[in-house]
Ligand binder design. Structure first.
Ligand code: ADP
Ligand code: MG
Ligand code: MG
Length: 204
C-alpha cells in the first residue's frame, strides 16, 4: 500500500476523534505531573487542524502535512505544540511533491520527524517524553519492510505504558524528579492516540 492524501485526511479525523474523546483523561494525566492543560491543548489544536484541512483541497501529501504542521504550531501551544508542529513539518519537507507515500518514504519521513522533535526538545529516549513513543515506533519501522507488517498500535501502546516507571528528565514533569515515577507521560499518551489512529487507517 501507499499513503495518499485521503489516507492522511482519514488519519487526522481518527486522531482528532480519539483526542476529543480523551481530552479530560489527557488533562488529568497532565494535572498529576504537569500543569493540567495537555488535553485542552491537543483538543483545541486538532479541532483546528480538521477545520483547516477539511476546507482545503490537496494535490499532494506534502502540502497537506504542511497545513497540519502550521496549525499545530500556532494552535496547540505549550511544549507539545512546537514539538508536534515540527514533526509534521519535517514529514512535509521529507515528502516534498509526493502525491503518495510508499513504505521507505514513510520511514524516512518518520526519521526526519523524530530528529526534528529531538532537536527542538533536546530530549532523548528514556526521558519520559513523547520521544519514547516516536523512537520506539521508528525502531520497529526500520525492522519491517511494508505497512502491513508494522504493529503501530501495539508498539506505540507498549512504549506509552513504559513511560510510567520512568523519571522525567525533560519538560514540566522533570521538576518533580522521582515523584514523576508512577505516572504516564501525557504527551506519550497523545502520541499513542496518533499512531493507533494511523494503525486503523493502514488496516482498512
Ligand atoms: P506544557 O508542558 O508546556 O504545558 P503540554 O502539556 O501540552 O505542554 O505537553 C506536555 C508534553 O510535552 C509532555 O508530556 C511531554 O511528552 C512533551 N514534552 C515536554 N517537554 C519536552 C521536551 N523537551 N522534549 C520532548 N517532549 C517534551
Ligand atoms: Mg501541560
Ligand atoms: Mg502548559
Amino acid at each position: 500500500m501507499k499513503l495518499d492524501v485521503a489516507h492522511i485526511l482519514d488519519w487526522m479525523e481518527k486522531a482528532n476523534d480519539k483526542i476529543q474523546q480523551n481530552k479530560t483523561y489527557l488533562t488529568s494525566l497532565d494535572q498529576a505531573i504537569g500543569d493540567g492543560d495537555h488535553g485542552i491543548n491537543m483538543a483545541r489544536g486538532f479541532q483546528e487542524v480538521i477545520g483547516k484541512i477539511s476546507a482545503s483541497d490537496y494535490s499532494n501529501v506534502s502540502d497537506l502535512l504542511k497545513d497540519i504542521s502550521m496549525t499545530l504550531l500556532s494552535k496547540v501551544g505549550g511544549a507539545s505544540g512546537p514539538l508536534y508542529g515540527t514533526a509534521f513539518l519535517k514529514m512535509s519537507m521529507a515528502l516534498k511533491d509526493s502525491d503518495s507515500v510508499d513504505y521507505p518514504q514513510f520511514v524516512h519521513a518518520m526519521e526526519e520527524a523524530l530528529q526534528g522533535i529531538k532537536q527542538r526538545g533536546k530530549a532523548e529516549k528514556g526521558e519520559k517524553t513523547l520521544v519514547d513513543v516516536w523512537e520506539t515506533l521508528l525502531e520497529q519501522l526500520k525492522e519491517q519492510d511494508d505497512f502491513d507488517s508494522v504493529r503501530f498500535e501495539e508498539t506505540a501502546k507498549l512504549a506509552m505504558e513504559s513511560t510510567k516507571e520512568l523519571e522525567a528528565k525533560k519538560g514540566r514533569a522533570a521538576y518533580l524528579r522521582e515523584r514523576s515515577i508512577g505516572h504516564l507521560d501525557p504527551g506519550s499518551v497523545s502520541s499513542y492516540y496518533i499512531f493507533s489512529s494511523l494503525s486503523d487507517v493502514v488496516k482498512e
